[in-house]
Design a binder for this molecule. Structure first.
Ligand SMILES: [Zn+2]
Ligand SMILES: [Zn+2]
Length: 288
C-alpha cells in the first residue's frame, strides 16, 4: 500500500468524509423514493422488507454501495498512512490513542478495528473525554458487606425491572475517579440488573448518567416504557441512548412501537432505513 504524504492527509480525509456523507444521502434518497413508488398503504411490514431486498439487488443500489466501499477503502488508507507517519509505536494501544486523538468522533470503532487490527472490545476500551483519549480503568469495588446490605434492602432484585439475575450495585450519583467515602453511603447505592445499570449510565459508564440528580434517578426508574423500549433495542448495532430517546419521543410506548412500520421508523431522527429494518426485525423476533 502506498503511504499518503502528511501534507495530503488532512485534505484527503476531508474530501473522503464529505464524499461519504454524499453517498449516504444518495442511498437514503434512493431508498425513500423506491419505497414511496412501490409501497401502498395496505402492504404489511413483511412486504416492506421484501421490497428493500429487491432494491438492494438493483444496479443503481449496487453501484452506490461499490462507491461507498471504495471510499471506505481510501479512508482506511488515510488511517494507516497516518499511523505510519505520525505514530512511532507498534503497540495497539498507542495506535488507537493516536487515531482517536487525531480523528476524534469522526473515526468509527469499525475503522479503528480495521486500521489497527485489534478486537472491537479492545477498541471500545478507549474513550474520548474532552478531546483526550482515556482507557477505561477497572471500576472500584464495594465491600461485600455493603453490597449484601443493599441487596437485602432492595429485596434482591433490580429496582427498575424486578430482575433477580445479574444484579449489580449502582452509585446513584457518579463516582468516576472519586474516592469520597460518602458516595458509598447506602442512600447513594441501589440494586440494578446488568441491563438497567447500562441504561442508567446511558450506555456509557464514563459519560453522563440518564438523570441529573437523586430525585431524577427515582423518576427515571419509573419511566418504564422507555426502559422496556431500550431493553429490546439495545442489542441492535447502531442503537444508543440518544436514538432510543428519539424513538421513545415518537412512539411513547412499546405497544405503539411494536405496530410501527419501517417507513414510520425511518422518519425518527437519526434512524435510517437500514436501522429501521433492523428494529423491525428485532421487534418481530421479540413478539414471537
Ligand atoms: Zn433491571
Ligand atoms: Zn453505576
Amino acid at each position: 500500500m502506498n503511504i499518503i504524504k502528511s501534507e495530503r492527509m488532512d485534505m484527503l480525509f476531508l474530501e473522503l468524509k464529505n464524499k461519504k456523507v454524499k453517498i449516504i444521502d444518495q442511498l437514503w434518497e434512493l431508498t425513500q423514493n423506491y419505497l414511496n413508488n412501490n409501497l401502498n398503504d395496505m402492504l404489511e411490514c413483511k412486504d416492506e422488507l421484501k421490497l428493500l431486498e429487491e432494491l438492494e439487488n438493483t444496479e443503481e443500489y449496487i453501484s452506490i454501495i461499490d462507491e461507498l466501499n471504495s471510499v471506505n477503502e481510501n479512508l482506511n488508507r488515510v488511517y494507516i498512512s497516518f499511523l505510519e507517519v505520525k505514530c512511532n509505536s507498534n503497540l495497539k494501544k498507542d495506535m488507537i490513542i493516536a487515531l482517536k486523538e487525531k480523528f476524534q468522533d469522526e473515526i468509527k470503532t469499525s475503522d479503528i478495528v480495521r486500521a489497527v487490527g485489534c478486537s472491537k472490545s479492545y477498541a471500545r476500551q478507549f474513550q474520548l473525554i474532552d478531546g483526550k483519549v482515556e482507557q477505561k480503568e477497572k471500576r472500584r469495588t464495594l465491600s461485600s458487606k455493603i453490597k449484601g446490605k443493599i441487596l437485602k434492602r432492595d429485596g434482591n432484585s433490580c429496582v427498575v425491572c424486578g430482575e433477580i439475575k445479574n444484579l449489580e450495585i449502582h452509585h446513584i450519583m457518579a463516582i468516576m475517579g472519586s474516592s469520597i467515602k460518602e458516595l458509598d453511603d447506602h442512600h447513594n447505592l441501589v440494586t440494578l440488573c446488568k441491563e438497567c445499570h447500562y441504561l442508567a449510565h446511558n450506555g456509557n459508564y464514563y459519560k453522563n448518567l440518564a438523570y441529573s440528580d437523586v430525585e431524577g434517578f427515582w423518576k427515571w426508574t419509573k419511566n418504564t416504557e422507555k426502559t422496556k423500549i431500550w431493553l429490546i433495542l439495545k442489542d441492535i448495532q447502531g442503537i444508543g441512548s440518544k436514538i432510543t430517546e428519539n424513538i421513545y419521543e415518537r412512539f411513547k410506548n412499546l405497544e405503539s412501537l411494536e405496530n410501527a412500520s419501517i417507513r414510520s421508523l425511518s422518519k425518527v431522527d437519526q434512524v435510517n432505513v437500514s436501522l429501521a429494518k433492523k428494529i423491525r426485525y428485532k421487534l418481530e423476533m421479540e413478539s414471537k
